[in-house]
Design a protein around this ligand. Structure first.
Ligand code: ADP
Length: 489
């Protein structure tokens, strides 16, 4: 099958969150299975260009409609760790993708609206007729409507569209000007059954339109698919998803085990597997050594997270203080984009600077994250909502037991050591329901209790966690089933 991914992110060159990893991992899996996959994304100035191999001009004469005029674009081609990628570079004084950051500008909707039109215009001019165009998040939600209402009339009758929702918090709320920008007639599209937001009739909701127009809609875990249809986690999209539930489903993300595998990981000093778990403790020693934490008979609990409201920052903070109050150790690797949250964690970092049982590292540090996963005993993930979550699956691969809030993808992947219905060999962590200090502390107590009192059972739990296959193997097949289903419709 010939598949084109249209996406705002791709790991490792343009990564903000898990979406970037999904595009890379899924594309690779699909290629391994014999499909042809191409990826189209904007040519941001802030990409990691040293990770793009053989960057060259592929198409220099692309003219893209914009408010009835034309913007000249160059399309570059390059390999990103083997993936075939096309980067769209508009030449305009708007500087759509030369802003030093990926998102966060007042005209984000306009920037990505242009990207959608440009991606399709490029496919048309380059004579690409994929079986499937796979779009991701609101930034690419205008692709299906443009395809079916404009580009199908220009000869692109072949492709079917799969649209994946990675996070319902960001839906692309904008004004009706967006239709004029990309060459659509606003009254036809700014309607309750199309792009009009369900809660605010004065605004356009791009994600909603993407759902309406796509052939199939997926989200990144079965539980999140349920949560966003039936609770406030849908951020107002529940009604639309309910209406289109016949073409909607959840597919769990996979983890790239080429990157995340303690048997082959070059970022950690001692490689190990479930059969050589003693070597994990050498990494624990190395982690403590590096972060100036004392060597002692104590569990190391970690958190590796964006410091965002979604991730339950107040519970992460609570977990840290609770661990220290109980004489355990805590390592936090957190990156924040909100000023208030950043300031708070910098204050905590200064306060605990001399504490020998704690280290707080603020910022994004991929290399250190590997050592933290390898060297910790437990990881806390108290998310308020979690579409899928990669952290818990990565941690389990490293034999680090997750303590998670039972929501979204976390509840599809972590099965409580005490309360799960599964046999013990299939239990792999600790879960709690209420987003409260008490619920979190209770789960932490149970986990650390097992670590201290029943080390053999704890070790068994680690082996259970490591034996799960959360690679792209299964999700890759599920996506192919979806593609096959819509291709033949
Ligand atoms: P989200 O996409 O919502 O941030 P996920 O759990 O899906 O959450 O993916 C997070 C990914 O980003 C994981 O691979 C995790 O290791 C990584 N990560 C998160 N914060 C940091 C950080 N501060 N430094 C390094 N890696 C991080």
């Amino acid at each position: 099958m010939y598949i084109v991914m249209v996406t705002p992110e791709l790991a490792p060159v343009a990564k903000v969150g898990g979406l970037a990893d999904v595009i890379f991992g899924l594309s690779r899996e699909l290629e391994i299975r014999g499909n042809s996959v191409e990826i189209i994304l904007p040519k941001y100035d802030c990409m990691w260009y040293d990770q793009i191999f053989g960057l060259c001009v592929d198409y220099d004469n692309l003219w893209v409609p914009y408010y009835g005029q034309w913007i000249h674009c160059t399309v570059f081609f390059g390999f990103v760790h083997g993936r075939k990628c096309y980067f769209i570079d508009p030449h305009s004084d708007k500087n759509f993708f030369n802003r030093g950051v990926f998102y966060g500008h007042w005209d984000d909707a306009e920037r990505f609206g242009f990207f959608c039109r440009a991606a399709l215009q490029y496919m048309l001019m380059a004579n690409k007729h994929p079986d499937i165009i796979h779009c991701h998040d609101w930034q690419t939600a205008l692709i299906p409507v443009l395809l079916f209402d404009i580009y199908a009339n220009l000869g692109m009758t072949h492709p079917r569209v799969c649209f994946t929702l990675h996070n319902m918090k960001h839906q692309g709320i904008t004004g009706e000007f967006i239709f004029r920008e990309i060459g659509l007639n606003p009254p036809e599209y700014f309607r309750a059954d199309r792009f009009q937001d369900d809660n605010n009739p004065h605004v356009v909701n791009l994600m909603k339109g993407g759902i309406v127009y796509s052939n199939f809609v997926t989200t990144v875990s079965p539980q999140y698919a349920w949560d966003i249809r039936t609770s406030d986690q849908g951020f107002g999209m529940g009604h639309t998803l309910y209406s289109y539930q016949g073409k909607f489903g959840g597919i769990l993300n996979g983890v790239d085990y080429d990157v995340w595998n303690p048997e082959t990981d070059n970022y950690i000093p001692h490689k190990y597997s479930a059969g050589t778990l003693d070597d994990k403790y050498k990494n624990k020693e190395a982690l403590r050594h590096r972060l100036l934490i004392r060597q002692d008979l104590k569990p190391v609990i970690c958190a590796v997270s964006r410091l965002d409201h979604q991730k339950g920052v107040y519970l992460i903070k609570r977990a840290l203080y609770y661990a220290l109050a109980n004489g355990w150790q805590f390592v936090l690797l957190g990156s924040g984009s909100e000023q208030g949250i950043n300031d708070e964690f910098w204050r905590i970092k200064c306060e605990l600077n001399d504490n020998p049982d704690c280290h707080i590292e603020l910022g994004y540090n991929e290399e250190l994250s590997h050592l933290i996963y390898a060297g910790s005993d437990l990881i806390v993930i108290p998310s308020l909502f979690e579409p899928c979550g990669l952290t818990q699956m990565v941690a389990m691969k490293y034999g680090t037991i997750p303590i998670v809030r039972n929501t979204g993808g976390l509840s599809n992947t972590v099965f409580d050591a005490n309360y799960s219905d599964l046999p013990f060999e299939q239990r792999n962590g600790y879960t709690f329901f209420d987003p409260t200090n008490e619920a979190l502390e209770h789960a932490m107590q149970r986990a650390v209790g097992l670590w201290y009192e029943f080390p053999l059972q704890f070790r068994q739990l680690m082996e259970n966690a490591m034996s799960y296959d959360y690679s792209w193997n299964h999700p890759g097949q599920h996506y192919l089933n979806v593609y096959e289903f819509i291709k033949n419709k």
